[in-house]
Design a protein around this ligand. Structure first.
Ligand code: DC
Length: 207
């Protein structure tokens, strides 16, 4: 069975948590596509290669490496993601993942619009910048890292502006995406909303 779930939205809106939980619940494979951009950025930092060459060299193994979750890598990932050649280098990997048998959940910024425009389910998971910065700040503090709230908010706003403002595959909700705004929702409520969209679609597909 081929069934793809495309989940887009800005950083720290909850799309990673929702994607993992949906994949576990329905037995689908999950790809966090941000890791491809992070792995490309990391290769640039390590090797000094151009972003395009780095993106062309990214393999599945690179996605499982340590050190992809730092702020420095996230910031550079958002920058290399504005380069059309970098995006083009990463398309085939994502599309073939989406087509795998047994179902797939992909989360990112352009999954419903560019990578899988025919996905059976498209979700756009968002939340206010303030709430997303608060979540990121709490995560950093809980993991023992130093952080100041205004700095984290600034980072979130800068990354949103870059991800939404780029010319190639900007972050936006597909016209047929279901928007889940998690500003005033806990994880359980957001997940329940996502599950009901998938179940409804699966029932419709089965009949
Ligand atoms: O989801 P993330 O924070 O790991 O993503 C890091 C950066 O990668 C993000 O700021 C923009 C880019 N990205 C993208 O352009 N398209 C995607 N499908 C996923 C991520």
């Amino acid at each position: 069975m081929q069934f793809s779930v495309a989940i887009d939205g800005p950083a720290a809106a909850g799309k990673g948590t929702i994607s993992k939980a949906l994949a576990a619940r329905f037995g689908f494979a999950h790809l966090d596509t941000g890791l491809l951009y992070r792995a490309s950025a990391r290769k640039v930092l390590e090797t000094g290669w151009s972003p395009q060459v780095a993106a062309e060299a990214v393999t599945a193994d690179d996605l499982a490496r340590d050190g992809l979750r730092t702020q420095a890598v996230a910031e550079l990932a958002s920058q290399v993601a504005t380069i059309p050649e970098v995006r083009a280098a990463l398309v085939a990997f994502q599309r073939s993942f989406a087509r795998r048998d047994g179902g797939a959940v992909l989360d990112g910024r352009d999954i419903g619009t560019v990578i899988c425009p025919t996905a059976q389910v498209k979700l756009y998971v968002t939340a206010s910048a303030d709430v997303r910065a608060r979540r990121r700040y709490d995560e950093l503090r809980e993991s023992g890292q130093a952080a100041d709230f205004d700095g984290v908010l600034d980072e979130v706003l800068k990354r949103d502006a870059r991800d939404m403002g780029r010319a190639d595959a900007p972050m936006r909700a597909a016209e047929d995406a279901v928007v889940i705004d998690t500003t005033d929702m806990d994880i359980a409520a957001a997940l329940a909303a996502a599950v009901s969209v998938v179940e409804e679609k699966m029932e419709g597909t089965a009949t």
